[in-house]
Design a protein around this ligand. Structure first.
Ligand code: PLP
Length: 438
């Protein structure tokens, strides 16, 4: 059982005086699940240790980046080596070329990438490029997909926006949101109808390659192909947001996993998380003719003081180099061991649930039946999830503190860590089953 959390509580109380809600990203505040967010002091392999000395098996993995586990020796060595030579130059440097080369090598349709510092910047820049390239302004996005906190993309967004049930976000002018068309995910007819009405005004469709921010909701068979066919027919670009799935679902991300080929490939991709190895590095990329429209070669401006940072790119490159076929096989078997055991215990406790997958990414929805879009995802028992979450936390397993997120495992999740998770499941399943009003 987890011990005292008094130091985390003290830190939170102080943090709230100097930072809104005491956190630097809303979901970390635990508002959806209740209780005290744990302030983590250090992490090694699959384990987190909080400021009170409690240990947890980590199933957040920093929301995806820590695919090799925390403080992996090869990544640590690369970071220390890079840091020993300086932190940031504001000039071109070798590591950024090496990281770009590795991304281009892995994701076949990507001929060039531009490095940025966050997934939000990657999607924001990809959209600007799509608008610049097409001379059109409208963007299609899908309800429940999250593409970072870009003004135009926050409508009906997943992740924290879903966690807090915000329909829209204050501070986004109508002029930005008005250019965004939000459609239900996995609905080809809705897409056809939107293009029938606005086809020659739509610059791009942006989609999570396989959504993970309303929980894991993979594309139905044929949906990705339909996105490609309809955008091509109307001269719009297809932007595949692989910030979460990139280099996690396979060595070439969801693109490699789903096996789109040749003409089915998206025009632009966005990446983040794994490619930064836990440091702020992200990217957008695609065909050289499109990417050539960016400054300094072309008219679409985009820049960043810390873009291509030498330490972040060293961490990202070492992480990608560590992502071998064996690592992907381990992620799959580990994720299945945990999800299968969780599902068995929930079934035993009589808790309705559905497990959904995108390669090794998975979510447990606390409802019966498949989840194909955001409306389905919202139709679940989030109270049951909260009870389950807190019972797992009490027993030293840190799940993502929201029912609308993927669970993540790493190469470092060994037998001991998996056994620790599995041991915690029966009590958590019973807690999920217990009605709050009984
Ligand atoms: N796109 C997707 C699919 C994401 O999952 C996220 C973050 O979770 C983002 C974009 C935004 O990335 P960042 O938080 O690095 O700005």
């Amino acid at each position: 059982m987890s011990g005292s959390t008094s130091k985390s509580a003290e830190l939170l109380a102080h943090a709230r005086t100097v930072t809104p809600g005491g956190v630097n990203s809303p979901v970390r505040a635990f508002r959806a699940v209740g209780g005290t967010p744990r302030f983590i002091r250090e992490a090694k392999g699959p384990w987190l240790t909080d400021v009170d000395g409690n240990r947890y098996v980590d199933l957040i993995c920093s929301w995806g980046p820590m695919i090799l586990g925390h403080a992996h020796p090869d990544v640590m060595a690369a970071v220390q080596d890079a840091a020993s030579r300086g932190f940031s130059f504001g000039t071109p440097s070798e590591n950024e070329v090496a990281l770009a080369t590795e991304i281009v090598r892995r994701v076949e349709p990507v001929e060039q990438v531009r490095l940025v510092s966050s997934g939000t910047e990657a999607t924001m820049s990809a959209i600007r490029l799509a608008r610049g390239a097409t001379g059109r302004s409208k963007i299609v996005k899908f309800a429940g997909c999250y593409h970072g906190h870009v003004d135009a993309l926050l409508a009906a967004a997943g992740s924290g926006v879903a966690t807090f049930a915000l329909p829209d976000t204050a501070g986004v002018p109508k002029s930005s949101a008005g250019e965004t068309i939000v459609l239900p995910y996995n609905d080809v007819s809705a897409l056809e109808a939107a293009f029938a009405e606005h086809g020659d005004e739509i610059a791009a469709v942006i989609t999570e390659a396989s959504p993970g921010n309303m929980g894991v909701v993979p594309p139905a068979p044929g949906f990705t192909k339909a996105l490609r066919d309809i955008t091509t027919k109307h001269g719009a670009l297809l932007v595949s947001d692989e910030v979460m799935t990139g280099f996690r679902c396979s060595g070439a991300g969801w693109f490699g996993h789903e096996g789109q080929q040749g003409e089915s490939a998206p025009d632009l991709f966005t990446f983040g998380k794994v490619m930064g190895g836990g440091f702020p590095a992200a990217a957008f990329g695609g065909r050289a003719d499109l990417m050539g429209m960016l400054a300094p070669d072309g008219p679409v401006y985009q820049a960043g003081t810390l873009a291509g940072n030498p330490v972040a790119t060293a961490a990202g490159l070492a992480t990608l180099q560590g992502c071998t076929d064996e690592v992907y096989a381990h992620l799959d078997s580990t994720a299945h061991a945990i999800a299968d055991a969780a599902s068995a215990e929930l079934t035993k406790a009589g808790v309705p649930h559905t497990v959904q997958w995108a390669s090794s990414m998975f979510s447990i929805f606390f409802r019966d039946g498949a989840v194909t879009n955001y409306d389905d995802a919202k139709d679940q028992d989030t109270e049951a999830f909260s009870r389950f979450f807190n019972a797992m936390l009490d027993q030293g397993v840190h799940l993502p503190p929201s029912a609308y997120e993927s669970w993540f495992v790493s190469a470092s999740h060994d037998d001991e860590a998996v056994a620790h998770v599995i041991d915690a499941l029966p009590a958590a399943a019973r807690a999920a089953a217990a009605s709050t009003d009984s």
